[in-house]
Design a protein around this ligand. Structure first.
Ligand SMILES: *Cc1c(COP(=O)(O)O)cnc(C)c1O
Length: 394
């Protein structure tokens, strides 16, 4: 009889693949006594800039910080409106609020889960100052349309590229279309530093605005004030924030980035395997990848609609967990959360596509750390749960 593989350990959702190079570099950093912002951050910025084919790259301690600084650097504040998607992590919306501006949501396309340009058009007012598209799951937004809307109405574009390190649209990297592109190196993302982020900019004024605002508002040279090039006085020129990345974090990122394409290939293989193995099931699968784009394969999401599967999304989540497979929800739509309902009077029903996806979606593991056996076990678990539910309901 064929032995059925069952993993000994719980399959953690979004588990990062950390190798010896990262571990050695962290130890070296600790021994160098330079833990804070220093040479390794500078190298990580340079490497990331090269990888993204960008003009300027500034490391920060999260994508949340990256978004906040980018919004501020655009001069956006009280009385201004910023349009973004309801299908995102709360940080995209919170940073607009942190800057003093008002977030406005534009519903998603129900196939791609990305912000729908036609919905953006409907939400533009005299107060609109910027659009923050999120390349959801690593799928490129319709940048041609978004750029044409932005130029027509004189709006800034700040790209939320938290899922989109490898994403390309018409041969150009995500994060290089907008005035700023914001990336995350949080532990579950495609390149990790534990916590960490990056801002891409197109010109030196914008780059130095980000640097200054990200380190207490101190004049640019302050970044070098602990070096061996002699004491330097600094001036505080803005009321800035404490958002700088540490060398300890960059030590991990430098080696993670070297393996970014290798890990992407591993996830692409898993993606294709899931597409093939799950296509007969009565669940929703990710849309085909648009021509002339590169998907970052950050999340593989399925839709569990009780009307079709006889099991609710939340029961499905529980059963996957019971089988030892970690799952995620990306995301309940932003208006489902109490704070936004209370503060802006948003209702989920006003964004029906995001509401539908948010109530049915399940992210299944797609970490490059997964073995083939684990991938097969995940597939088998999904099939068993759906099959059992269908039989019970007959
Ligand atoms: C993870 C994430 C963020 C926030 O990133 P942090 O680095 O954790 O601050 C922002 N937007 C999206 C879409 C994300 O997935």
């Amino acid at each position: 009889m064929k032995k059925i593989f069952k993993p000994k350990k719980f399959i953690i959702f979004g588990s990062p693949l950390i190798e010896n190079d990262e571990i050695k570099e962290v130890v070296k950093t600790l021994k160098s006594s330079w833990l804070g912002t220093g040479p390794r951050v500078a190298k990580f910025e340079e490497d990331f800039k090269q990888y993204e084919n960008a003009k300027y790259a500034m490391a920060v301690n999260s994508c949340t910080a990256a978004l906040h600084l980018s919004i501020l650097a655009c001069g956006i504040g009280e009385g201004d409106e910023v349009i973004t998607t309801p299908m995102t992590f709360c940080a995209t919306v919170n940073t607009i609020i942190h800057a003093g501006a008002t977030p406005i949501l534009a519903d998603i396309n129900p196939q791609t889960y990305n912000i729908d340009p036609d919905e953006i058009r409907k939400k533009i007012t005299k107060r609109t100052k910027a659009i923050i598209p999120v390349h959801f799951a690593g799928r490129a937004c319709e940048m041609d349309e978004i750029i044409s809307i932005a130029s027509k109405h004189n709006l800034h574009i700040i790209e939320d590229c938290a899922h989109a390190i490898e994403t390309e649209y018409h041969k150009k990297k995500a994060g290089t279309f907008g005035r700023f592109g914001c990336f995350s190196f949080y532990s579950t993302k495609n390149v990790v530093t534990g916590e960490g982020g990056m801002v891409l900019a197109k010109n030196s004024e914008d780059a130095s605005k980000i640097k200054i605002l990200g380190l207490h508002g101190m004049s640019k040279d302050a970044w070098k004030r602990f070096g061996d090039t002699g004491f330097k006085h600094y001036q505080v020129v803005e009321c800035g924030y404490k958002y700088n990345m540490m060398d300890l974090q960059a030590a991990i990122g430098i080696h993670q980035l070297k393996r970014v394409d290798q890990n992407w290939l591993k996830r692409e293989k898993i993606w294709k395997r899931y597409n093939h193995a799950l296509k007969e099931l009565p669940i929703g699968l990710p849309a085909d990848i648009e021509k002339n784009t590169k998907h970052a394969y950050h999340l593989y999401t399925i839709l569990v609609d009780k009307k079709k599967t006889s099991i609710s999304r939340d029961d499905f989540l529980d059963q996957m967990t019971k089988k030892g497979v970690g799952v995620g929800v990306h995301y309940m739509s932003v208006p489902e959360h109490e704070y936004y309902q209370r503060t802006f009077g948003w209702k989920p029903e006003e964004y029906p596509n995001a509401m539908m996806v948010g109530r049915q979606t399940v992210s299944i593991p797609i970490s490059p750390k997964l073995t083939d056996m684990e991938v097969e076990y995940i597939i088998k678990s999904i099939k068993e749960i759906i099959d059992n539910a269908m039989v019970e309901n007959k």
